[in-house]
Design a binder for this molecule. Structure first.
Ligand SMILES: [Ca+2]
Length: 49
């Protein structure tokens, strides 16, 4: 997430930043970020999926 924000040169969570990270599994719990977001879970917390 932080890398994607730097890449976009912004600290604002834009749609394009979300698009870049939604296919990733930031917390490595086996569930993609987009699936965690849609399920109202936290993509940065491996205990939340
Ligand atoms: Ca995850």
């Amino acid at each position: 997430m932080v890398a994607a924000l730097k890449q976009e040169n912004t600290k604002v969570l834009t749609g394009s930043v979300l698009k870049k990270v939604e296919g990733l599994d930031s917390d490595k719990d086996g569930v993609k970020n987009i699936d965690e977001i849609n399920a109202d879970k936290m993509p940065g917390d491996p205990k939340s999926k």
